[in-house]
Unconditional design. Structure first.
Length: 664
């Protein structure tokens, strides 16, 4: 394809290039290029997706130079092009190097009619308003990536915007729809909502999967504060008022879209809306082959960052423009897997496993597919597996996460999966903290690592830190009420704020029939002085199976020992002690039983087991009145001295509250 340089502009990303004059523009600002970089860029964009060899460049641009001078001049010119475009060799967005062969322009390229000089504001505004009156314009875009692989898709301004979005994207608009450039340090809050679907097989999954991919892409940039998919997934299929929902989510902007799919093509329309007044900021429509869904994610994420004038560091750019696969079919199966996983059901997790496996089979080096497998396996292990299946799904989650991290050590999703496994299996809090922090370093918009950190912190006795992490998760995802309130209930219980703990846990009980909430609430009510209610709630669990009822029976035994029913307490405790699935809270409960029975040696043995297996919460051991009968025992005093040293070490390593040792 030859460009009609006399009358056309070439557009790619946020840039416009005039092949006739060699002028390069970004957001109305001219970027100066010397003659040789201009000529090379002109040649590359005239043949998008094709390899332009070094020999061809030499023939056309350095015909009389020696080979040495040509090599040096070409390398310098390519570097200047990359500098002008903000491109990087390891992960190019525009100019890809074929080692020892040549170069390929890999960004989507479109032609459009040349407009008046952008520096002439009056002429430019007039041209834009003319475009707005025209309604919409269709532009052929030539795909990128590999030679002989040409994608043509239609990109035009949404009819509802009637050209206004084109004007806004170039000028920032006027009046109430004006766009103020964002300071690089000011976070931009954004919610990407599930797309509205127009019925076709599998399309509902893409209606959530594509927004999920866009969320993941935008979350690589710290200037964006993107609501996680878990905060918006519940609105799929519902009629919504986008600006109102955006305000409820605490977001300045909302991306909404519609999707229509056939067996071989997908049409996606998107619109970025300001929540304060509902005014449009940018919009577009994409009609692509199903194998080219990645083009949609790339284009939408890039246009959002351009419309909101986001500044990225070099590392953020590298992550933002990274493609984990070039296989369109693998990408679609990955999106399907992500959407399946959002149902949080056993069937959904198993279906997600199948989708992620298909993506992996299509591209064995697809790191995100392995991370998806790890997440789905961890969910099956944590929520749905039988006792016989625990080990199978636990090993699978570790294996797949390890493979994902081999392919990309900085993949946030793989670190989250590992944190989940260690949270619910060994209760290895050091690993949970390390993996959760690594995930947040790569993707600060995730809410689940904050919750994992909160759980780890309250178990090791860093209660203020736990409180901060829960609040961080709630800020990112205001729609998730159950898990944050459940954790806050535990934090307040162990901090001695029993009224607050009971309030939070009672709220959760109205929202969910969670057994852990019943157990924690029964425990809390006892310390709040409502002992009959506490016993009744714990008694309702004693005939169930599993570790949580074991915890409930241990705590119930302690309560009965405290009111003098020693034989009942001892009988219950002996039954709990023989259980194979006893976890640390159950061991702690047995410690309190034997403290009330004035058996310090047995009490300390069980308390030591609780501390060693995941519950070394020194502030609570120091505070719990059920342990008062043995506080003057020398064995207990030695145990508490060691526990305090362990707690102080944890504070030195992990504390984040200002003024504490080890605070950061």
């Amino acid at each position: 394809m030859l460009l009609r340089t006399q009358t056309r502009l070439v557009r790619f990303g946020v840039f416009e290039f005039d092949p006739a004059s060699g002028d390069l523009w970004k957001g109305g600002r001219r970027i100066r290029l010397q003659n040789q970089p201009r000529q090379i860029l002109k040649l590359l964009v005239s043949r998008p997706g094709e390899l332009v060899t070094r020999e061809e460049l030499q023939r056309q641009l350095w015909p009389d130079d020696t080979f040495v001078d040509f090599n040096n001049g070409l390398n310098v010119a390519i570097r200047k092009i990359r500098d002008a475009l903000g491109d990087e060799t390891p992960s190019p967005r525009f100019v890809e190097t074929e080692r020892a062969q040549g170069y390929r322009f890999i960004a989507p390229v479109s032609e459009e009619a040349a407009r008046p000089d952008p520096e002439n504001a009056v002429a430019r505004l007039s041209a834009q308003r003319a475009a707005a009156r025209a309604g919409s314009e269709r532009v052929g875009v030539h795909s990128v990536g590999r030679p002989k692989r040409h994608l043509v898709f239609v990109a035009f301004v949404l009819t509802t915007l009637a050209g206004t979005s084109l004007w806004l994207s170039h000028t920032g608009g006027s009046g109430s729809a004006s766009s103020t450039p964002q300071e690089s340090s000011a976070p931009i809050s954004l919610a990407v909502l599930p797309f509205r679907s127009a019925a076709a097989d599998g399309e509902d999954l893409l209606a959530l999967g594509i927004p999920d991919g866009i969320i993941t892409r935008l979350s690589n940039v710290r200037q964006f504060r993107v609501r996680p998919t878990s905060a918006v997934a519940r609105y799929q299929g519902h009629e919504i008022d986008a600006p109102d929902l955006g305000r409820r989510l605490g977001s300045q902007y909302v991306l909404v879209g519609t999707i229509r799919a056939t067996s071989d093509r997908v049409r996606v329309s998107v619109q970025l809306v300001r929540t304060t007044d509902g005014s449009p900021v940018w919009g577009d429509q994409y009609d692509v082959a199903r194998d080219d869904l990645l083009v949609v994610e790339d284009a939408v994420a890039q246009q959002i960052s351009s419309a909101l004038e986001v500044q990225m560091s070099a590392a953020e750019r590298e992550r933002f423009y990274r493609r984990y696969t070039r296989n369109g079919a693998a990408y679609e199966r990955y999106l399907m897997g992500r959407a399946r996983l959002r149902s949080v059901t056993e069937q959904g997790a198993l279906q997600a496993i199948a989708e992620f496996q298909a993506a992996r089979d299509l591209d064995p080096n697809y790191a995100l597919a392995y991370a998806g497998l790890a997440t789905a396996a961890a969910q099956l292990r944590i929520r749905f597996a039988s006792e016989k299946e625990y080990g199978v799904w636990d090993a699978r989650a570790r294996q797949e996460a390890g493979r994902a991290l081999q392919l990309d050590p900085d993949l946030a999703e793989a670190h989250v999966a590992l944190a989940a496994v260690h949270r619910f299996q060994e209760y290895d809090w050091d690993t949970v903290i390390r993996e959760s922090r690594r995930a947040l370093e790569q993707n600060p918009s995730l809410d689940s690592p904050h919750l994992y950190l909160a759980v780890a912190y309250f178990h090791i006795g860093l209660l203020d830190e736990a409180d901060l992490e829960v609040n961080a998760a709630r800020e990112l995802n205001p729609e998730n009420r159950v898990e944050p309130l459940e954790i806050l209930g535990a934090v307040n219980l162990f901090a001695g704020r029993t009224a607050d703990a009971a309030r939070h846990l009672s709220q959760v009980q109205n929202l969910s029939d969670s057994r852990i909430v019943r157990y924690l609430l029964g425990w809390t009510l006892y310390y709040k002085g409502e002992r009959q209610r506490a016993e009744a709630l714990l008694e309702s669990m004693i005939d169930d199976e599993g570790p949580l009822p074991g915890n409930a029976r241990a705590t119930l035994a302690a309560i009965r020992a405290a009111r003098g029913a020693s034989s009942e307490a001892r009988s219950l405790a002996e039954g709990v002690a023989s259980e194979r699935e006893l976890i640390h809270h159950g061991a702690y409960g047995l410690g309190t039983v034997y403290a009330q029975l004035r058996d310090p040696a047995t009490a300390v043995r069980w308390l030591s087991q609780a501390a060693k297996t995941g519950f070394p919460c020194y502030p609570w051991y120091e505070r719990d009145p059920l342990l008062d009968p043995i506080r003057h025992d020398s064995q207990f005093a030695d145990f508490m001295r060691d526990l305090r040293r362990s707690w102080e070490d944890a504070r030195a390593r992990y504390a984040t509250v200002p003024g504490r040792a080890g605070a950061t």
